[in-house]
Design a protein around this ligand. Structure first.
Ligand code: GLU
Length: 384
């Protein structure tokens, strides 16, 4: 019988949780961090793209300010607690980055910090700019280290579980078209019961569909130091799988866990992607964003888009209808009145009107600036 070769991944988003990075203590554990950093460095050397989504800022800040875990005795108001955690995150973030910076420097690698809120990604221009920045950093071989911008992101550190780093990592995985999201934590994966309380608890190796029964297994396993628990990990898994990435929840303490996962080894709990990536991008554009305007193109441009997989250049644009901004979704029509594509425009309606029919090398002269040679890049285009 032929043995199926395990899948090797090319682009991984690795999320490191607080309990992993602190090894359950009150401060960052540099040994743990160094092990994870070494794995990322080796993957990078082997041509695998890795983007890190990290927690640990609040824990680092608490340690730096010598503050002990605040008691949740119901006396301190939620607002006060939130403010304190935002302060702690602000202090701790630089310490967290400094630790990564030093550890990656030992491997000759440079790190970049990206602090995001969900609002930044819900905004289409923000989404595009974040994506462009992260992809450019990958091309430069710089290691991107992402965290939620806790100072402004109230949802994350309030109890609402909307904006924890698990969900953030899924958004980032979709954003950069990762083929694997590795949620690394201090437990080996999803269990049939809480393994800390029930010795019969068994690891679930694979989840094809996140059913209500599976959600129930996650229970309320929120942990002391981090924000997320199994529930947010399942939410993240659902989000990333729907965007076309495989997801694994695994223990970050497992030796060489990231490298082994990258080779397709079965570790922890595996959630296979539920759509292919192209389809998910189509779905994202169709479902997520309403087209704001119309760009009508000539026959040559229509053919270039439809038959040759090309981007839409200003030279092929005949007419602009409606108002839209850079980053909005627009419909693209042939001159016969048929809608042929939907895409995200690099230029607003006034800019496209000004550069329609001209060669791309004249964009900067006409506008005084430019965001690229394409009105709509083919990566941001869905043919209908
Ligand atoms: N962003 C928080 C931190 O860096 C952690 C959030 C989370 O654990 O989900 O401390």
């Amino acid at each position: 019988m032929a043995v199926k070769k395990p899948r090797a991944y090319r682009r991984i988003v690795a999320k490191f949780g607080t309990n992993l990075l602190t090894a359950g203590t009150a401060q960052l554990d540099l040994k743990v961090m160094s092990g994870l950093v070494g794995q990322v460095a080796r993957l990078r050397q082997n041509g695998v793209d890795v983007i890190i989504v990290t927690s640990g800022a609040i824990a680092a800040g608490r340690h730096r300010l010598s503050m002990h875990e605040e008691k949740r005795d119901g006396q301190a108001s939620a607002r006060k607690e939130l403010r304190l955690r935002q302060v702690l995150a602000s202090v701790g973030q630089s310490h967290l980055m400094q630790s990564y910076d030093r550890l990656f420097a030992k491997h000759g690698l440079i790190v970049a910090q990206t602090l995001l809120t969900r609002r930044d990604l819900a905004d289409r221009v923000g989404y595009l700019n974040t994506r462009n920045t992260l992809l450019s950093l990958l091309e430069l071989g710089v290691i991107s280290i992402v965290n939620e911008n806790d100072v402004v992101a109230v949802e994350e550190i309030e109890d609402s579980h909307i904006g924890d780093n698990d969900n953030l990592s899924a958004l980032v995985a979709n954003l950069v078209d990762a083929d694997l999201l590795a949620l690394l934590t201090d437990t080996a994966g999803l269990y049939t019961a809480d393994p800390r309380r029930d010795s019969d608890a068994q690891l679930i190796p694979r989840v094809d569909r996140i059913t209500p029964e599976i959600e129930q297994l996650a229970g309320d396993s929120e942990t002391a130091h981090g924000v997320g628990g199994m529930i947010t990990k399942l939410q993240a898994a659902g989000l990333a799988c729907g965007g076309g990435a495989d997801v694994v929840i695994a223990s970050g303490h497992e030796p060489n866990v990231l490298e082994r996962l990258a080779q397709g080894e079965a570790l922890g709990t595996f959630f296979p992607a539920t759509t292919d990536r192209l389809e998910s991008r189509k779905r994202w554009m169709r479902a997520g964003l309403a087209a704001r305007g119309k760009i009508i193109v000539d026959a040559g441009a229509a053919k270039a888009l439809l038959s040759h997989g090309k981007s839409l250049l200003p030279a092929g644009v005949c007419e602009v209808v409606g108002r839209f901004d850079r980053g909005d979704t627009v419909s693209i029509y042939g001159d016969d009145g048929h809608r042929i594509a939907i895409g995200i425009t690099n230029y607003g309606h006034e800019e496209v009107t000004a550069i329609r029919g001209v060669r791309s090398d004249r964009i900067a002269r006409i506008l005084g600036h430019q965001y690229g040679a394409e009105v709509v890049h083919r990566n941001n285009l869905v043919l209908l």
